[in-house]
Design a protein around this ligand. Structure first.
Ligand SMILES: [Zn+2]
Length: 198
């Protein structure tokens, strides 16, 4: 499998003494190690409920992400939902990631076993850009990744892997196909009946 390219965002809080200068997952609060890949671990305890649901039960099943669980490292297929999320919070920065190992594909994005950042993107607002220039310079140096304009992010990231965005499902057409299948089945039955009757 060619590694998957995804887009996500991180919190980089310059006033937090513990996380300073490091990328942090906003939801799981995981700190991303510089110059290394990050590997997923299921944070859900293998309790009764999970076992009953058949999740993470065997050694093999302990590999994260488990398709039926919510674990794994998240990324979007596209930059649009990433930038939408960015506008909502200060000190959130977007970028591209490379994903490999076990990858679970969803309509909006994916959950991966191993991920590493490929690039960060500059905030769109010139004011925010100015306010965060020194911080972003430090972060990208520490992770040895480039700081790109948003418009260049997809072209840059695509050099490293592929998009696994699923084709949009077309329920209307699928319904039609089903009708067509049923019609042709009826035709076959009719023909068969004729053949048997004749
Ligand atoms: Zn899990």
């Amino acid at each position: 499998m060619i590694p998957a390219v995804g887009y996500r965002f991180w919190r980089v809080d310059p006033d937090d003494a513990w996380t300073r200068g490091r990328l942090q997952s906003p939801v799981a609060e995981t700190l991303w190690p510089p110059l290394e890949s990050l590997s997923a671990e299921c944070q859900t305890r293998p309790g009764l409920r999970l076992a009953r649901a058949g999740l993470h039960r065997t050694e093999e099943d302990r590999v994260s992400p488990e398709p039926g669980c919510s674990c794994g490292i998240y990324a979007y297929h596209d930059i649009v939902p990433m930038t939408r999320a960015l506008r909502e919070e200060p000190f959130m920065f977007g970028g591209a990631v490379l994903c490999w190992g076990r990858v679970v594909i969803h309509p909006e994005g994916l959950r991966a076993q191993h991920v590493r950042p490929l690039a960060l993107c500059r905030p769109e607002s010139p004011i925010v850009q100015q306010r965060t220039a020194v911080l972003l310079d430090e972060v990208t140096k520490e992770y040895a990744i480039p700081l790109l304009d948003l418009k260049d992010l997809v072209a840059y990231a695509s050099e490293f892997g592929a998009s696994y965005k699923p084709e949009p499902s077309q329920p209307a057409r699928r319904g039609l196909d089903r009708v067509r299948d049923a019609l042709s089945l009826r035709r076959i039955v009719r023909r068969l009946g004729k053949a048997i009757g004749g």
